[in-house]
Structures are given as structure tokens and as C-alpha cells.
Ligand binder design. Sequence first.
Ligand SMILES: N[C@H](CCC[C@H](N)C(=O)O)C(=O)O
Length: 280
Amino acid sequence: MNTAIAHEFVKMHGLGNDFVVLDIRRSGLTLTADAVRAIADRRRGVGCDQLIVVEPPRGDNSTAWMTIYNPDGSESGACGNATRCVAWLLMGETGADRVVIETRAGLLKAETRGDRMVAVDMGPARLDWRDIPLAEARDTLHLGIGLGPLSDPVGVSMGNPHAVFFVPDVADVNLSSVGSGLEHHPLFPERANIEIVQVLGPEKLRMRVWERGAGITQACGTGACASLVAAARRGLTTRKAEVVLDGGSLFIEWLADDHVLMTGPVALAFRGTLDPSLMA
Ligand SMILES: N[C@H](CCC[C@H](N)C(=O)O)C(=O)O
């Protein structure tokens, strides 16, 4: 229990997907799921789509370890928008133009692309049903499930599970009414992030997202990566596209080595101090 510690945080976002970033490399702060939920609460806490904890590196090949929590207290293996934000902070500490961040999903290499733009190698897209994961063997190119107007998504993992549904027009889908039911579909033993995608051209997608453990967010980096991979697998785009989200655009490329390169902006909103009562 950390009742005596008031801890500094940084409030950041990637295209409106917002984060509270806690750097515990010196404080050794520990967080319970209740504390995560309290900090992420938009009325009683700071409020965020994900709580990001920056920890000392666990290996020799990274600058820091990054743990990602959803506002419901669950942990995610990956978070693209937050990876850009943390990379920008870490590069700012040393003036370096590249940095390696380790997460549960593996080593993520990030590079600055000029003023507050960051590119991250998000690692390989995982396409086997076991890696999504799914509750049973399925062809991940056609999962064959549906709800309401949505049917037959593509399953992709970027270190976290995604179900990508293609639709004629994202504006016609009431994501709030189907998001939770699909997130908790029995085919997804670890739940799933749900993307709806409209193809605007061979190198342009429009995507909206219902995030596991968070609901609708303005942007999702891993979701944009999963959407591009799904579209390329279905032959709907090339292996490179602009993904237009509610909060703006990310630029995604599925490289020849199967790694997925994501490029996008970072923004810092404010710095603050968490009251110890939030972490009791
Ligand atoms: N917003 C994040 C994704 C969070 C994923 C999380 N909702 C989960 O997988 O549980 C991103 O930019 O990739």
C-alpha cells in the first residue's frame, strides 16, 4: 500500500487516445487494480483510456519496460499510441533520436520523425488462432462470427487481440450497441479490441474502434496496425496505408519481415501529482 506517496504523472495522448504516464523507475511505486481504476476514472481521478507505467528495463536491450493498463484495471500487452508517447519522453531525456521499449509483446524500436512525430516498429502481426488467442481453431482470415450489422471479421494480434470487421460505411454502424457484445464474444478467451473499417482506397482506410477494457476511443495504434494487416490479407489494400481514425491519421506499413511500422503524432497535455488517496 502506498498511502504516503504523492506521485508525479504526465498526461499525454496520441490522436486523442489519452494516457496517464507514471514513471516509477525511481519510486518503485506499486499499483493495485483498484488504484488503476481510481486514477483512470474521469470524474474521481485524472481520467484516461490507458494508464501507462514506465519501469526499469528488465533486459539489456531496452531503455525501459512499459506496462499498459485499461481503465477497467485489466492489463494489455500492447498500446501503439502510448508507445509513441513514452518513446518521445525517453528520447527527450537523452536527446537520442531512437529508443527501445520493452513490453509484454516484446521489444519495440522507436525513432523520432521530426517534431512530435514518432515511428514505432510494433513487432510482427500474429495471425495464428492460438496467438490471437481464440477459444478454438479457426481460419483467422474469416472468423465467421457477427453481431448486428457486423459479420465475419479478421483476427489479428499485435500483442493484443483484435477483431477487424469490414463495412461499407463506418458512419452507419452504432458501435456503442455492438462493441461490448463482440469484445466479450466466447471466441475470445481474453476478450478483444473491435475495429470497424471502411476501405477508402488501396492505401487509405477509415477505422473506428471499441477497445477492450475501455470502450470507444478516438484512436488505437495497435488497432490501426491490425486493420491494415487485415485489409492487406483480404486484398483490399496494399501493405501500406493511411488509417483515418476519429482523432486523426496514423500511417501504417506491414513490412516484408511481417513487422508492422506505425508512424504518428504525440502530444503532451499537462503534468500533475497524484494524491496518495488515489493509490490507497
Ligand atoms: N489504445 C491502444 C490499444 C489499447 C489496447 C487495449 N484496449 C487492450 O488491448 O486491452 C493502442 O493505441 O494500441
